[in-house]
Design a protein around this ligand. Sequence first.
Ligand code: GLV
Length: 388
Amino acid sequence: MAVIPVPERLLHPMEFPRKLLMGPGPANAPPRVLAAGALPLLGHLHPEFVQIMDDCKSGIQYAFQTENPVTLAISGTGHAAMEAACCNLVEAGDVVLVLCAGIWGHRFADMVDRHDGVVKKLNKPAGETFSLSDIEQGLRAHNPKLLFVTHGESSSTTLQSLEGIGKLCHKFGCLVVVDSVAALGGVPLLQDAWELDVVYTGGQKVLSCPPGASPISFGPAAMKKVKSRKTKIRSFYLDINELANYWGCDGQPRRYHHTGPISNIYTLREALSILAEETLAKCWERHAKCAALLHDGLRQLGLELFVKNPECRLPTVTGIVVPPGVDWKKVADNAMAKYRVEISGGLGATAGKIWRVGLLGYNAEPENVKSVLSALKEGITLQKKSHL
Ligand code: GLV
């Protein structure tokens, strides 16, 4: 048997460049959040840690504007929260109507298929969103048990209006799941007032935490569906009954289910404190102002926004049309190499066609908007002069 030698690189410190993360996430985390992540570990059922989990729960209820008792953070990234919504609510044969205006709908549809649900898709081209009448037609045509909608479609940089969707779905006996990974905190979302049965987000976007703990909330109708399932939930790790117990949401003594990501929960607690100090209304306003500043600056550079309808533009992730003859990647590479500023390309249908600039949480500040604008201007000018 070969002896595996000590990996040489592990004997040296990590190389660690500081970067300004102005893509669609992760965003940079504030020093307070990073410091929280460096605190000593506690046990995952120690009373002090349980108190931190309870603080997170009330912070998530505030961020989502919900009184749902089953509100917690999934141990995993936003994808794990998406899987949790799917595996708890979908049983074999259930019809699920998925609104697809970018990659996230298709991803949820893939998960539904893995749970033997019956996927029906409503599609829109990248850059457009769904009207209530589009959704009503889909509900009438397919009679689904569940509807999936992406609030902030980061791949096509659209903001889907959610108002009225919950009420409409409930009229048709259908539950609604909202992916607000890229939007929550940057634009209004009122889970209870808008009758949204399940909402989830990620930690690494507006909340500006390290990825790894993802807030989610199940409303009473969603829990009723979970409790009346005919078949066992096909994931132990993401079983909402088990998670609700671990998070103290079911009034029962907490049992060991899994070991929570302790340091991630500390950082989430700190990020939720920062949001509480700023308040939701001010956080929404800061994102709107920074997005307006970015949009103005882009117009001055002669650049075009990808989403034509101003009401459908996602303030947290802006799509910018790459002008003819410009290589988006060379511009992004120049920004990274010279200024350590991350500017992303498109994703899915928008790949190669747009740049995506994130204004997420801690990074949604006017000086960061200026850095992005000057990096874009320099990259495009250099390329036009064929220097790149
Ligand atoms: C990830 O969320 C992305 O939009 O690239």
